[in-house]
Design a protein around this ligand. Sequence first.
Ligand code: F3S
Length: 403
Amino acid sequence: MLDGKYGEAKQKAIELLVSLGECYGAEEMIPVASAHLSSANPISAGKGGTNFIKNMAEKGGKFAIPTTTNPSSFDPWAWKEMGFTEELYREQAALSEALSKMGGLICNTCTPYLIGHVPRLREHIAWAESSAIAYANAVLGGRSNKESGLSALMAGITGRTPAYGYHLDDNRFGKLKIMVSVPLKGETDYATLGFFVGKVAQDRIPIFTGIPPSVSNHELKCLGAALATSGNVVHYHVVGVTPEASTEELASGFKKICSSDCIEVTLKEIKETEESLSSIGSQHANLVVLGCPHASIEQIKNYTNAFEGRRIKRDVEVWILTARIIRKFAEDVGYSNILESLGVRLVSDTCPVTMPRDFFMKKGYRAVATDSAKLVHYISNTKDIPCYYGSLYGIIHAITTDV
Ligand code: F3S
């Protein structure tokens, strides 16, 4: 590849990966089974990134391994109706077309593992999208570093990545013990726990004890997404639950964790963290965004049940974010009809973070409420909109009335 025998695009891609490997002291390149791209929209990729991708496609670049895409800048089935501009539509279409020409699987979701893109235990992958990487590493036992949009693209083209970081056995052991001594209820509590621990852990892999084996995959999805938001953590262990942590000793690599690296999480930390993420009361929000990371069909069912029998207040919009094939599933089984009749929109292929900043202002969204710690962090910090963060039931209570 370096000699250019497989074309200019592969040559450029492997050159960049070699430089990356040299930076991190990697001793070899290893094959990766799949890639997931984060810069699949004009807002994240920027003009430079978009032109680079188009250029790779023009040079004949093709993905050597299954390569999926993160959210785009709008729902392609409702962009006009939702108020996105023609210009953004054209930019997104050109970027998606270039990725598709290279053989990319344009699914536009941050939960590719919910739609069949699932790494096996110990399989090396190169994913960019921190919530998905945390899920792949911790829950599925795959092996990915926190790739950038660029390095994931290069890995997709070459099918290779430098062997460093989470690809190596020695770097996958936990170094921080988190003793959860409060019973957690639902996805928001797990997201709050993740946000608190991410801040403390920074780049140390946490080992959680005290989480029951009945914890759901959705709760783990929210835990990992929040950990990766407040810290640089894209791997974690839950003793007795995740595949590399059947015992605490296995999770830590049989190394003793000193008492200064053992932290107890009580109701106090959960409450304080939850409160710290809101800048307004829930009653002020006129846009509610659920489904971050993108919702599974089970979560859509739960949302449907939670909204049924309620009437949404007149000036409030509600979105549930999901992948396009999960929305199709929800249409087929009838959840979409129920949600639409209540005024709740199933929005696919996108995320508020990948939408233009001025979109919210132009639409008159003055405050956002969400049950996701990741989303509240990014909306507050990148879109400058006041936000409320809390459980689904708290939000529903504030924005609906009895029918
Ligand atoms: Fe996905 Fe956007 Fe949340 S990319 S994880 S819905 S912030």
